[in-house]
Design a protein around this ligand. Structure first.
Ligand SMILES: *[C@@H]1O[C@H](CO)[C@@H](O)[C@H](O)[C@H]1NC(C)=O
Length: 215
């Protein structure tokens, strides 16, 4: 009689999930509007569009606003590739915890794919170049230019095309997003050193944040 007992657990699991889900926002430290403001400041500081300088001004602003313990310095060796939903870009982790991640992501070569279906909100602020987004049912794309923020609400999906760089914030059940981030390696690229780097840096950041009380 294993099965009926398991069924009896379902309502319990449902209530546990609903309860935990409602606690998530208490643990968020990043404010999407503030991130957009800092991004726009870094863009305005660099009217020549030099991405290297936009990144470094933005990271300085983020560390000043949110504290050096929550936002990593960006070193050249911390960048890695991400293949997900058919799209490919280069990324670096500024912050990763159980409820939030903040990354620089993009490619100046152009890429296109599926956003993924996530248990998290996604806020994508363009730093250079352009992103276009098509939701099912749209006949024309929406276009996002430097300083614009593309918010993909939790549970929504879109097709996107990115030719440039962005600051991306995700807020929600971050560990559930990782499968989407990893699977293209197993089904397509077989770039295991890159996967190992992804897992190692994500794990180190999450554990490091947990140890200082950031869930
Ligand atoms: C951007 O600025 C950095 C540092 O000031 C400089 O080394 C680099 O050559 C610049 N890049 C471009 C593409 O102008």
């Amino acid at each position: 009689m294993f099965f009926p007992r398991l069924l009896a657990l379902l309502p319990l699991l449902y209530f546990a999930f609903t309860f935990l889900d409602a606690q998530l926002p208490k643990h968020y430290i990043f404010d999407p509007a503030k991130l957009q403001e800092l991004s726009q400041g870094a863009i305005a500081n660099n009217p020549d569009g030099n991405v290297t300088n936009i990144f470094s001004d933005l990271v300085d602003g983020l560390r000043e606003t949110y504290g050096e313990k929550h936002v990593n310095l960006v070193r050249d060796e911390d960048w890695f590739f991400n293949n997900a939903g058919g799209a490919m870009g280069s990324m670096v982790i500024l912050h990763a915890s159980l409820t939030e991640y903040l990354i620089l992501f993009g490619t100046p070569l152009g890429t296109e794919g599926h956003s993924g279906l996530h248990l998290a909100h996604d806020y994508f602020t363009i730093l250079s170049g352009k992103q276009q987004r098509l939701d099912a049912g749209d006949h024309y794309p929406r276009t996002y230019l430097p300083g614009d923020m593309n918010h993909l609400p939790r549970g929504m999906t879109s097709q996107y095309q990115l030719n440039g760089w962005a600051l991306e914030l995700a807020q929600g059940w971050i560990p559930t997003m990782l499968a989407f981030g990893f699977l293209d390696t197993l089904t397509s690229t077989l770039d295991f050193p890159n996967l190992w780097k992804t897992v190692k840096l994500t794990g180190e950041n999450m554990v490091g944040q947990l140890l200082i009380g950031k869930i």
